[in-house]
Design a protein around this ligand. Structure first.
Ligand code: C2E
Ligand code: CA
Ligand code: CA
Length: 525
């Protein structure tokens, strides 16, 4: 009772943990994608801003240049007409005028001043031979300020609305001029209510500080740069519900996945228990699949294949339940069951027909088990079955412990057994290693047989294996032969092959095998 409660508690903890991990991962992925899209937004905002800045700078430069080449006398009526024309053509300027020695004399909009006056501005900087007056008080529109740029005898008043399209909260910008040599930065336009860390312009990468995401970008053609910013909380807040959705979805998926794994594990554990009970009751059975000599077409032996239905009477594939028994450490009981069944069902057949051999599948654990050979010996002797009538199939996987494998194979062969390497080609061992192990027969895996007659790369391997097996004087059984074309191909390539597959017979109960052996014996006899 206590144990059952602990089990439930453990399972609930696991599900909660899987939910938290799944939710955490999904939330992380969602945060990552929100952040990536905010970064994208910032970078394209900065690029757009610099494009606009570039156009404005070009407009100012062209207008100033044209103004300085006026053919008319300074501030004369035709000169002012000339400036009006320049102003009309410019999309970004509000006025074009004349300056001399820092004093403003006349302009397209203000006309001619009775007394020339200096510009009054918050800040004056010099860039590229131009003077830039920031926050300059306008003479025409009293109480308004703008940026005025002057060069030579011409000045241009920049429209305060050139960047009005860039007021897109929660993003903010500060335009600045960066002198790459002195690394000095001059702030120009901004729509930020707080001062921005303009030294980030030197970093040239996305930065995050004090809960604000910053992206600096500089123009390729001008010394102009822009620093754009977006507060982190404004990045997340529109996505709170989708973040919660991602967390919930991820948790659910995590819980479902771990639930499925738990159910599968339980089924495996339960299958393991059912299999143990079945072995105790000897409720498994054995089928025999014929092995045929390809040249003569005559029956030469069979492979013993174990079968089992679970407690719902559902067949379970032998590779599945053998795997479970291996995992749970009792596969030796299956081997023992099969050897006993073979001896009791077809022992007499084997005794009476020395030309006929049965092969039994072994697992790695059988090789490691000291009691395996005595068990095999004991059962066969009790039924008077010769060792030569019983072959043993090892897979490449089960031969990993080389010393142990060599020892067991030697002992088996000394007794007169024939040793097979099963599923050859699916593992990593080389033919040379197998011949060192001194096995007698290779069973070429059905995966290779399937490729016969196709263009697949592996198809080329079959004749190679046949060649090498011949050179090493190994006998070969080709498994999974289903079609006549495959048999024809093999017959053309090699002689003395043995074959096994649906074309020559499916696994059958001992009764049917007996009939087949008797018919064959009559032919032989
Ligand atoms: P395996 O040793 O390679 O056995 C051959 C498998 O190929 C058998 O599947 C057989 O029914 C199948 N087969 C034979 N001819 C053809 C054919 O022409 N086409 C196709 N598609 N399949 C064919 P089965 O009986 O389901 O056995 C599967 C695996 O389970 C075996 O592969 C073996 O690894 C394991 N197994 C079966 N019986 C035992 C056993 O008694 N002990 C151990 N340790 N493993 C066993
Ligand atoms: Ca086999
Ligand atoms: Ca096989």
């Amino acid at each position: 009772m206590e144990r059952a409660r602990r089990d439930v508690y453990k399972r609930v903890c696991l599900l909660v943990a899987a939910g938290a991990i799944g939710g955490g991962l999904a939330l992380f992925a969602s945060l990552y994608s929100i952040l990536a899209s905010a970064q994208n937004e910032l970078t394209s905002f900065a690029s757009e801003f610099l494009q606009q800045d570039d156009k404005v700078a070009r407009d100012i430069a062209e207008t100033l240049d044209a103004g300085n080449h006026s053919p008319h006398p300074f501030c004369s009526e035709p000169d002012m007409e000339f400036m009006r024309e320049l102003l009309f053509k410019s999309p970004y300027l509000k006025d074009v005028g004349r300056v001399r020695d820092g004093l403003f004399f006349c302009s397209a909009v203000a006309g001619k001043l009775t007394t020339p006056t200096p510009f009054i501005s918050e800040k004056l900087i010099k860039v590229d031979g131009k003077l830039v007056y920031f926050g300059a008080h306008l003479r025409v529109a009293k109480g308004h300020t703008a940026e005025i740029v002057s060069q030579g005898t011409t000045d241009a008043v920049v429209s305060p609305s050139v960047f009005s399209d860039f007021n897109r909260p929660p993003m903010a910008y500060t335009g600045a001029i960066l002198d790459r040599n002195t690394r000095q930065i001059q702030q120009m336009y901004t729509n930020s209510s707080v001062e921005m860390p303009l030294h980030y312009l030197l970093a040239d990468k996305i930065m995050r500080k004090d809960g604000v995401l910053y992206y600096p970008q500089c123009s390729k053609t001008q010394p102009d740069c822009v620093l754009v910013a977006m507060p982190m909380d404004k990045i997340w807040s529109p996505h709170y519900s989708s973040m919660a959705g991602a967390f919930a979805g991820g948790s659910l998926l995590g819980i479902m996945l771990s639930g499925v794994i738990m159910v599968m594990n339980r089924r495996r554990r339960s299958l393991g228990n059912q299999l143990r009970r079945a072995l105790r009751k000897k409720a498994l059975w054995v089928l025999y699949q014929p092995v045929v000599d390809l040249d003569s077409g005559s029956l030469v032996g069979c492979e013993a294949l174990v079968r089992w239905n679970d407690e719902n009477d559902t067949p379970v594939r032998p590779d599945i339940f053998v795997g479970i028994a291996e995992e749970l450490g009792f596969v030796g009981e299956i081997t023992r069951f099969v050897v006993e069944r073979v001896a009791s069902e077809i022992g007499d057949l084997l005794r009476a027909n020395p030309w006929f051999r049965v092969s039994v599948n072994l697992s790695a654990m059988d090789l490691a088990d000291e009691n395996f050979i005595p068990m095999l010996d004991g059962i066969l002797k009790a039924k008077g079955v010769a060792a030569a009538s019983v072959g043993l199939e090892l897979t490449e996987r089960s031969t990993a412990d080389r010393d142990r494998t060599v020892k067991v194979i030697r002992e088996l062969k000394d007794r007169g057994h024939v040793v097979y390497i099963d599923d050859f080609g699916t593992g990593y061992s080389s033919l040379a290693y197998l011949s060192e192990l001194s096995v007698d027969v290779l069973k070429i895996d059905q995966a290779f047989t399937k490729t016969i007659g196709t263009d697949s790369v592996t198809a080329a391997i079959v004749p190679q294996i046949l060649e090498m097996a011949k050179a090493l004087m190994l006998k070969v059984v080709v498994e999974g032969v289903e079609e006549q074309a495959q048999a024809d191909y093999l017959e053309e390539r090699s002689s003395g092959l043995q074959v096994q597959g649906w074309l020559f017979g499916r696994p059958v109960p001992s009764g049917e095998l007996r009939t087949r052996v008797k018919n064959e014996a009559k032919l032989v006899g």
